[in-house]
Design a protein around this ligand. Structure first.
Ligand SMILES: [Fe+2]
Ligand SMILES: [Fe+2]
Length: 412
């Protein structure tokens, strides 16, 4: 009998304990032999380990790293990036513990220097008076346009009678999008044991809403794939976006906040305003990124102080222009101050996902520390600290596969 990582599970192993998801829902009872379809279900629902009667094989044991790890550097790094977060809060205290463990096992990235100045995070709701917003709203400014197929998908997703073939027909108009979606569908993100080779099959297996929202989110991000890598590490930006989306989806599924696929896309697009600022105000924003890298102030605050608007203002305008659902724009707009959102819980999901992604260094969108934590809003989610590690581990597991795809240029 022993604990086996989900990737080491072999068909026929017999469970010695019930397998439950993070909401304690029974997925498979003890005594049952594990089949390939069970492994897929376990992965989808965030299970990373199972207890089996069969002895884990020697190679699986050999893979279990029991070497004591020196956490000194990881602790220093984690303390540094959490310097503006109240780590006495039970959920944040647990996140710090998880982050130290994660940093101890993964290659360490240097912590950006700061000048030791006073940390300011301006969260005021003063009306936006910024030439940037005026310029963005000017007819002369050509904001990136969503491909027409996204509008078509948007219509289909709201049609209760839409068929898998109808979705597939629209998605297949863009062979590169179809190929990218199939890569994601075949990654550990969904955990299918057999290869899915068509969009219509993917729609049948995953669902119309899931695949269409995924297509919409990925299409929107891909509009910015040509931002020069000298300005921002685009792969790292996409990684941060996907990490936030994955974690938001896990949190939403855990707390039954609907619809989880829209929370995924909200996470995916939460910092899209920064890409607009980089694309249309390249000089000013890259200068700001430079200042943020050597400052103790949050980039979010510097945006307001130096540009007169924040990436969230820009994102809201963009998402409204694209006619994406107002609830999605609201969640994105308030991801740094969820208490003010119309739907506090949804905004809190993306807010917490962003904080987890920053805390574990899962990509970066320009901030050099974990953003301010809105404990009041997150409290409404009622997430037990003891459930956090499972959510984080599964998201990290899924992200590894997606990240490898981005490094291979899958978003091109
Ligand atoms: Fe943000
Ligand atoms: Fe972010």
């Amino acid at each position: 009998m022993g604990i086996v990582h989900i990737d080491s599970v072999k068909q026929g192993m017999v469970l010695s304990e019930d397998v439950k998801d993070i909401s304690s829902r029974l997925l498979l009872s003890k005594g049952q032999p594990i089949q390939a379809k069970h492994v897929r279900i376990f992965k989808i629902w965030g299970v990373t380990e199972v207890q089996v009667e069969t002895e884990p094989e020697d190679d699986a044991r050999a893979n279990a790293d029991t070497t004591p790890v020196d956490t000194t550097v990881a602790t220093q790094q984690t303390d540094a990036i959490f310097r503006h977060v109240d780590t006495d809060n039970p959920l944040m205290s647990e996140l710090v513990r998880i982050a130290i463990g994660h940093r101890s096992r993964t290659p360490l990235e240097p912590i950006p220097k700061n000048n030791g100045g006073i940390y300011i995070q301006d969260l005021s709701e003063a009306p936006i008076r910024s030439e940037i917003v005026t310029i963005l709203k000017s007819p002369k400014t050509q904001l990136p346009e969503l491909p027409t197929l996204v509008s078509e998908l948007n219509e289909i997703v709201n049609d209760p009678h839409a068929s898998a073939e109808a979705i597939a027909q629209v998605v297949n108009k863009s062979p590169s999008l179809a190929a990218l979606l199939l890569k994601i569908v075949n990654s550990a993100f969904y955990g299918f044991s057999t290869k899915i080779d068509s969009i219509s099959r993917a729609v049948t297996l995953i669902g119309i809403k899931e695949i269409t929202t995924l297509a919409i989110g990925v299409s929107a991000l891909r509009l910015f794939k040509d931002i020069p890598s000298g300005l921002v590490d685009v792969a790292s930006f996409f990684k941060h976006s996907f990490a936030c989306g994955l974690i938001a989806r896990m949190l939403a599924a855990h707390k039954n906040i609907q619809p989880p696929e829209q929370l995924f896309v909200s996470g995916l697009l939460h910092d899209i305003g920064r890409l607009i600022l980089l694309k249309h105000f390249t000089g000013r924003y890259s200068e700001l990124l430079h200042v943020a890298a050597s400052s103790d102030s949050a980039l979010y605050t510097l945006e307001k102080a130096q540009l007169g608007c924040r990436h969230t203002d820009v994102a809201k305008y963009l998402l409204e222009t694209w006619k994406l659902p107002p609830s999605l724009a609201d969640t994105v707009f308030y991801h740094h101050r969820p208490s003010s959102a119309r739907d506090v819980k949804r905004a809190a999901v993306v807010h917490l996902a962003d904080i987890i992604a920053h805390g574990l260094d899962l990509g970066n969108s320009g901030e050099n520390c974990v953003p301010r934590y809105d404990a009041g809003a997150v409290k409404q989610l009622d997430i037990l600290p003891s459930n956090l590690e499972l959510i984080v581990r599964q998201a990290v597991h899924q992200l590894v596969f997606l990240d490898a795809m981005f490094q291979e240029g899958a978003m091109q």
